[in-house]
Design a protein around this ligand. Structure first.
Ligand SMILES: [Mg+2]
Length: 326
């Protein structure tokens, strides 16, 4: 039985679509209000798809988060090839591959530096990313989710190794890598049909088992204590940040899933945290899509989504590719 046959939602068992449409919708909701503070968002909360604003883009325009996700999905459908993934990221930025309207309009500094390094022949893609503590923006977390289909049935050590390799194309620091790994572990459970609370409980168990016996830096590891606490859902909204820092994004996405009852509620909660709204929206939207199914995404949001048909087709191919591997 394919792993997603156990899914409990009304979705026609197409987790590729669920994931990709969820990411693009969450991203597009946040694009017009990127950089707005929590205070501003509380006065003028986002309640639906709007346009223009921060990047002067029409409604339904998604950004780098979705573009790089689509590049990764497209490459994984062909093969697991880090070099090809890195070159696809370059094609996005320099040639407009998988952009909403033909050209890239946003890129993070760490990602930009990595794409430049990837132009040098002989640079191993998994060594192209930034490795410093200051390279812990959410730039690899925001594009990592399609890897969940590739890793879902692998042993945990291999799941971590793949998360590390794919994150490190742009973001190689332990904190970014571990954030990607934990986010993917949560996603695996949703794909298998778990609810948010159940997925969180399993994540905590898996992480604790994985950490035991490893000599990871205690201080680094302790940064994940909060998200790996069974009471994390009860943290106050005021303690959850929507900034571009990878730990904030990981926490925000899981917290929004644990504190909402449908797709709309989860992504609006994420975007209205303020700051890096498109990325928090995308990271949360991917998980919310997997949990609720793409049919739960409001129709009027999907209607204006840029390149909706292309995204659905890519989602179909992703589902089919990993269906065949079962
Ligand atoms: Mg963006």
């Amino acid at each position: 039985m394919p792993f997603w046959k156990k899914k409990k939602t009304n979705s026609p068992e197409n987790p590729g679509r669920d994931m990709l449409l969820g990411i693009a919708t969450g991203d597009a909701l946040g694009v017009p209000v990127e950089f707005k503070s929590r205070t501003e968002m509380e006065v003028f909360p986002v309640s639906g798809m709007t346009g223009y604003g921060s990047h002067n883009q029409p409604p339904g325009t998604w950004s780098d988060d979705s573009s790089l996700t689509f590049c990764l999905a497209e490459e994984l459908i062909k093969a697991y090839d880090l070099h090809a993934i890195g070159q696809s990221f370059r094609q996005w930025y320099y040639q407009g591959h998988w952009t909403a309207h033909g050209s890239a309009f946003d890129i993070g500094n760490t990602t930009f530096d990595a794409l430049e390094r990837l132009s040098v022949q002989g640079v191993a893609p998994e060594l192209a990313g930034g490795f410093s503590e200051f390279n812990n923006g959410n730039g690899s977390l925001m594009r990592i989710l399609p890897l969940a289909f590739h890793t879902i049935n692998l042993p945990v050590e291999e799941r971590y190794a793949r998360a590390k390799e794919v994150s490190s194309i742009t973001h190689g620091h332990f904190r970014s890598v571990m954030s990607c790994f934990l986010y993917l572990e949560f996603a695996h459970e949703l794909i298998k049909g778990a609810g948010a609370k159940e997925a969180h409980n399993t994540l905590i168990k898996t992480a604790k088992g994985f950490f035991s016996g490893k000599d990871y830096d205690y201080q680094e590891l302790s940064r994940f204590d909060r998200v790996l606490d069974g009471q994390f859902a009860k943290e106050s909204k005021s303690s959850i940040r929507g900034s571009g820092y990878v730990i904030h994004s990981l926490e925000a996405s899981i917290w929004c899933l644990l504190n909402s009852g449908d797709f709309k509620g989860a992504v609006l909660k994420a975007v209205n945290l303020g700051e890096d709204t498109d990325t928090t929206g995308a990271i949360t939207g991917g998980l919310a899509g997997l949990l609720y199914g793409y049919e739960d995404i409001p129709e009027d949001w999907l209607t204006v989504l840029a390149r909706k048909d292309d995204i659905m087709s890519l989602g179909d191919q992703l589902s089919e590719r990993y269906h065949l591997q079962q």
